[in-house]
Write a protein that binds this ligand. Structure first.
Ligand SMILES: NC(=O)c1ccc[n+]([C@@H]2O[C@H](COP(=O)([O-])OP(=O)(O)OC[C@H]3O[C@@H](n4cnc5c(N)ncnc54)[C@H](OP(=O)(O)O)[C@@H]3O)[C@@H](O)[C@H]2O)c1
Length: 246
């Protein structure tokens, strides 16, 4: 018997920008298993193709850097009609308010806000009526952390973008934003293993669910957001209870 998600996604074309890693890749895997036609995108073509090969199921790789507007325009030309767009692609800059170099902040705004803004705008003409856009923010917009003020502010901007766009696209497409808490992904790959595991234990131990997230936890929420036709303009917190903890 088909699940409600299989019925909603079978044969639909999903484009996942950031699909070579972490939550984007987990979403691509889940959607492909549910019968969707999936295209994944990110900057590094070799890493992207490796992810597509790993996922299998006919997943296509279409490299793009969302910070290069001209490239985004030509990338969209090769996609064909799109039913659901998911954008996890970002980069994060950490640093105290007085210390974070302006160029690092600017790069983060480019990657986490402007890139998704431009990608959503360029995909819109090929997005099906009744389709969806899912953006990504993060828990820091509403549970700030010292040393991540810039990132929290950019997350808040992405949430405002999702809400405003949901209104602007009324009757045309639904727009939602996923706000993850800490999720164990390749985003933390540069940390030494012991320090990373310690961080996961410390952060997870303070959450109501007692652990940090797995990419699949968030993928489930993305699938729900893109298929639930009564959901738009929502920021969906997938954070293990981070917003309600002490
Ligand atoms: N992991 C967490 O704890 C956490 C917490 C809160 C919020 N978030 C947010 O959740 C989202 C997903 O995070 P994640 O941990 O799954 O990330 P991730 O594993 O680091 O994956 C990021 C993906 O984006 C791609 N990418 C980065 N910059 C790009 C660009 N300019 N153009 C196109 N693709 C680009 C990367 O591939 P290339 O490098 O090859 O381009 C990669 O596929 C992000 O928006 C992140 O800020 C994450």
């Amino acid at each position: 018997m088909s699940t409600v998600f299989e019925t909603a996604l079978k044969g639909k074309h999903l484009v996942i920008v950031g699909g070579s890693s972490g939550m984007g890749k987990a979403t691509a895997k889940m959607a492909a298993a549910l019968g969707a036609k999936v295209t994944i995108a990110s900057r590094n073509p070799a890493k992207l193709q490796a992810a597509a090969d790993e996922i299998g199921g006919g997943v296509k790789a279409a490299p793009v850097d969302t910070t290069q507007e001209a490239d985004v325009k030509s990338w969209v030309g090769g996609l064909g009609p799109v039913d659901h767009l998911v954008i996890t692609a970002s980069s994060a800059a950490h640093g105290a308010f007085m210390d974070l170099p302006t160029d690092d902040l600017r790069d983060m705004v480019e990657a986490k806000f402007l890139g998704p803004y431009v990608a959503a705008r360029e995909v819109l003409p090929v997005l099906s009526n009744g389709g969806s856009i899912t953006l990504f923010s993060g828990v820091l917009s509403r549970r700030p952390s010292a040393g991540a003020t810039g990132l929290g502010a950019v997350n808040a901007a992405v949430e405002a973008l999702a809400k405003g766009l949901a209104l602007e696209l009324s009757g045309r497409a639904r727009v939602n934003c996923i706000s993850p808490g800490m999720v164990a992904t390749e985003a933390y790959a540069a940390m030494p293993d012991a320090a990373r595991e310690d961080m996961y234990a410390q952060v997870g131990g303070r959450l109501p669910v007692g652990r940090v997230g797995e990419a699949q936890d968030v993928a489930q929420a993305v699938i729900m957001a893109m298929t639930n036709e009564f959901l738009t303009g929502t920021v969906l917190d997938v954070d293990g209870g981070h917003l309600v903890r002490d």
